[in-house]
Ligand binder design. Structure first.
Ligand code: ATP
Ligand SMILES: Nc1ncnc2c1ncn2[C@@H]1O[C@H](COP(=O)(O)O)[C@@H](O)[C@H]1O
Length: 193
């Protein structure tokens, strides 16, 4: 199996690169942000609870997103692999993911981080907000809070996988095609190590 964590701050291009990676490697895309937004659209209790946190640019509690990923892993047996996008976002989520994958007889192959400077992230998020309809893309203060939450709560996840020898970083600035090539190179290196 190929289990990829696509890592990086909000607006780094994880969703954009995921679309291309899914096609190339036939992976199941697990984006916790997308799953939460579908829960909001469906008007579920989980969605209602998550919405106010998401709109403020804050993280949803670990147990909520871990439960969602656990259900998706169980639903998707016998697949070629997963691409985790926007998860794990805390060390507790990373530890839970490692445990869940090991219960399914597999593990993370590699984490590829997209590195983008804050001003470029803010530009991208506000531009996306012109059409995305996402409340968390709508204003600069929320966009900056999301980047700040990433720096304080999510960055330590990189160290978690670095300790396992499963971390690679590339620049997320450039053309989508060039970045895709770099991500694929990192995946190939991990598969042959
Ligand atoms: N290499 C790139 N150069 C310029 N813009 C890009 C690039 N890659 C993606 N974008 C644009 O930046 C915005 C954010 O990209 P994307 O939605 O893929 O990021 P993300 O990391 O999934 O963000 P989030 O975690 O907030 O959902 C989108 O509008 C996308 O079209
Ligand atoms: N893994 C997550 N942990 C906590 N909160 C999460 C997680 N994934 C998504 N969220 C919430 O959803 C928004 C949007 O996420 P995107 O990945 O940027 O689509 C995020 O700000 C959290 O509130």
């Amino acid at each position: 199996m190929l289990n990829l964590v696509l890592f990086g701050p909000p607006g780094a291009g994880k969703g954009t690169q995921s679309e291309k990676l899914i096609q190339k490697y036939q992976l199941v895309h697990l984006s916790t942000g997308d799953i939460l937004r579908s829960q909001i659209a469906a008007g579920t209790e989980l969605g209602l609870h998550a919405k106010s946190l998401m709109d403020q640019g804050l993280l949803v509690p670990d147990e909520v997103v871990i439960g969602m990923i656990e259900a998706k892993l169980t639903e998707n047996q016998d697949v070629t692999g997963f691409i985790f996008d926007g998860f794990p976002r805390t060390v507790k989520q990373a530890e839970a993911l490692d445990t869940l994958l090991s219960q399914h007889g597999t593990s993370i192959t590699t984490m590829v981080a997209l590195v983008v400077d804050e001003e470029e992230l803010i530009r991208r998020l506000l531009k996306r907000g012109e059409t995305s309809g996402r409340p968390d893309d709508k204003n600069e203060a929320t966009a900056r809070r999301r980047v700040s939450v990433y720096n304080s709560e999510t960055m330590p996840v990189a160290e978690h996988y670095e300790k396992q020898g499963k971390y690679a970083a590339i620049s997320g600035v450039g053309t989508i095609e060039d970045i895709f090539e770099l991500v694929c190179q990192k995946i190939q290196q991990a598969q042959h190590s």
